[in-house]
Design a protein. Structure first.
Length: 119
């Protein structure tokens, strides 16, 4: 098994528990750690034998465009979508960050990390 990481993806999206957050929007970050077998693409050097990063990004972008109240829910949806799209994924861990969350004080970001393994 091997690890593919996509780190520092950024999106402007309309998530949040408060109605106002879903109207004004905010900046979010997403990091992924994908566990998969990379033996075949390591030998063939062919994109068709591995997980296409562009497709992974497209799926994350799609999930980030769907408003949600909780970071937990967004992270769960990302994991489920990736597991469903790529049968070669053994495990996926996503970290979703909300920059400058409205907590009434200084907080650079709030972050949730969830993990999903193939059953």
């Amino acid at each position: 098994m091997a690890i593919i990481e996509l780190e520092g993806m950024e999106f402007f999206a309309y998530h949040g528990y408060h109605d106002e957050e879903r109207v004004t929007g905010n900046k979010y970050g997403v990091d992924l750690i994908i566990t998969t077998d990379l033996d075949k693409p390591s030998h063939t050097d062919s994109l068709k034998d591995t997980i296409n990063y562009e497709e992974v990004y497209r799926i994350v972008k799609e999930e980030m465009s769907k408003p949600a109240k909780l970071l937990e829910h967004i992270s769960f949806r990302i994991n489920e979508s990736l597991i469903n799209e790529f049968p070669e994924i053994a495990n996926v861990k996503s970290r979703v960050s909300k920059y400058n969350p409205p907590l009434g004080g200084i907080c650079h970001r709030a972050m949730v990390e969830t993990e999903r393994s193939r059953a």
